[in-house]
Write a protein that binds this ligand. Structure first.
Ligand code: G
Ligand code: G
Ligand code: MN
Ligand code: NA
Length: 252
């Protein structure tokens, strides 16, 4: 696909750029996933999601998702990442965008067009925004998962609904919110939360990722607590696509 296919021209005057942050498996010592994070590029200036997503309407958010999906599929096809540790690229999706009735078909078409396997895409369900109907959400998620798409609950613990989502949604992965991880080396309370969520994830047989690991101390504590999948600035910052192969080389 050309650069212009990733252009949200009608939406923004700037180009959509995707940066990628790894999830590192500390016991296998390799990167298991990459999370795509949207930015807008205007010359030397990068605009972060918190500075452009809130002002988008629902139609525009759907367009953003389509553009991110296409960018990711294009990148997966291009990288042809040759190792068996990375299995999937993660895309952030808001509840209202996720339940759009045409979404499964749009993803299906994209996968076919780029010759990418469904399990190579993980959808991270964001805490921002509520599902209007739990029933409709579960129906949609069940359809996506039946297609082979991986599903994750993002920012677990950051909002009131997340335990119910964990209980009711068909998911493959849960990401413990940064709030429980960042101060792990100084706040003993957080150890209780991490251990409890570890047991919860084990009992439900879902992958658990700790987000927001910023220091070697926190990474060591997570490892000692039996948390293997770790994401955060202490592992790696989000990277430009051109830096990803080098990063994988360093981490793997
Ligand atoms: O990129 P940054 O690390 O600043 O992310 C800030 C927030 O924006 C996070 O909550 C992240 O999930 C969200 N975000 C990043 N990329 C996307 C995207 O493509 N779509 C949506 N809806 N949110 C995104
Ligand atoms: O909501 P979500 O988990 O998708 O948010 C991802 C956001 O968190 C991105 O903006 C990313 O840059 C940021 N992030 C990733 N790792 C760290 C970290 O270790 N510390 C902090 N403060 N932010 C992080
Ligand atoms: Mn996320
Ligand atoms: Na998150």
């Amino acid at each position: 696909a050309s650069r212009s296919s990733q252009d949200l021209g009608a939406l923004f005057s700037s180009q959509l750029e995707l940066h990628y942050q790894p999830v590192f498996d500390i016991s296998r010592k390799c990167v298991v996933r990459l999370e795509a994070l949207a930015r807008l590029r205007d010359g030397d200036r990068l605009t972060m999601p918190s500075n452009f997503i809130p002002s988008l309407n629902q139609r525009q958010r759907r367009k953003l998702f389509d553009a991110v999906l296409e960018g990711v599929l294009n990148q997966v096809q291009k990288w042809k990442i040759e190792n068996d540790c990375i299995t999937s690229i993660s895309i952030n999706v808001e509840p209202l965008t996720l339940v759009d009735s045409q979404l499964p078909q749009r993803i299906y078409n994209g996968l076919n067009l780029y010759d990418v396997e469904p399990h190579q895409i993980t959808l991270e369900i964001l805490e921002q925004g509520e599902f209007l109907s739990q029933k409709a959400a579960i129906r949609q998620l069940t359809e996506l998962r039946a297609m082979g798409i991986r599903l994750a609950i993002d920012d677990l613990g950051a909002a009131y609904s997340s335990l119910l989502r964990l209980r009711n949604f068909p998911i493959d992965e849960v990401k413990l919110d940064q709030a429980f991880v960042r101060e792990l080396s100084s706040n003993l309370k957080d150890i209780a939360f991490v251990l409890s969520v570890r047991e919860l994830a084990r009992g439900l047989a879902v992958d658990l990722v700790a987000e927001g690991a910023e220091t070697p101390e926190v990474i060591n504590i997570l490892q000692a607590l039996g948390i293997n999948q770790i994401q955060g600035y202490g592992i790696a910052m989000p990277q430009q696509p051109s830096d990803v192969p080098n990063l994988l080389h360093q981490l793997n």
